[in-house]
Write a protein that binds this ligand. Structure first.
Ligand code: DX5
Ligand code: ZN
Length: 227
């Protein structure tokens, strides 16, 4: 018998609200909202004021988020020398740990460290970094976080040429039948999400679009069902 569900061209993205845009005076409410929504992951943005021109939070807060949810904690490190902190984020409860290619002269070592600690390993690329630079590391990682804004702040505008980069990366992954998720981070909206998915993305990070909307849980549902 033909399984029509399996044959139809319908794909539901993983939705990862970025808590950077949450209300830090009311985090319990925002965590509860995500927990009761169709969101899949908590996206947690760690910034050091050196790799990016902003400072956010570290392992201590990740530990609080970990206690507040059963969902995947997807930790995006925008920091220099992330190897010094991998163990602290593991202990804080991170499931996925993503480091920036631009911050890691010994990227392979960083990835091995993350995996040996029992986390999924991600590599993030800034808008100007070509996806071809991922060719050699691609088979060793679980996720590529493709920045569609310059990292450091929520609420920025999606950089349009990211769409071509997604298509290129999708081809690189599919040609080798690799099991690597493409996550798009920055400026994702209800207007551009469908074209981001159509280009080949698997995971949508959304900060402002979710938290500045009048009904965040509904916005998450709309993103989830956008294709
Ligand atoms: C940017 C962060 C993003 C950010 C996304 O440096 O990595 O995760 O919070 O926020 P929006 O969706 O508002 O662009
Ligand atoms: Zn992020």
């Amino acid at each position: 018998m033909i399984n029509y569900l399996a044959t139809q061209n319908y794909y539901m993205p993983i939705i990862a609200p970025s808590l950077l845009s949450a209300d830090f005076l009311d985090l319990q409410r925002d965590c509860d909202m995500i927990n009761n929504s169709e969101a899949d992951w908590f996206h947690l943005d760690v910034m050091d004021g050196r790799f990016v021109p902003n400072i956010s939070f570290g392992p201590m807060l990740v530990e609080f988020f970990r206690k507040s949810t059963q969902k995947i904690c997807d930790v995006h490190l925008m920091i220099e020398e992330p190897g010094n902190f991998a163990e602290a984020f593991k202990n804080a409860g991170a499931d996925n740990l993503t480091v920036h290619i631009e911050a890691c002269p010994h990227l392979h070592r960083n990835i091995q460290q993350i995996k040996s600690l029992g986390m999924k390993a991600g590599v993030a690329v800034n808008p100007h970094t070509s996806v071809e630079q991922l060719k050699d590391i691609l088979a060793d990682i679980d996720l590529v976080c493709m920045m569609s804004v310059n990292p450091g702040f929520g609420g920025q505008k999606f950089i349009p040429y990211t769409i071509e980069k997604i298509k290129t990366l999708r081809r690189m992954i599919d040609e080798r039948s690799l099991n690597v998720l493409i996550e798009i981070d920055g400026g994702v909206t209800l207007d551009n999400a469908a074209s981001i998915i159509a280009a080949g993305a698997d995971v949508l990070v959304a900060g402002n679009t979710v938290f500045k909307s009048s009904d965040p849980a509904k916005t998450i549902s709309q993103l989830k069902n956008i294709a």
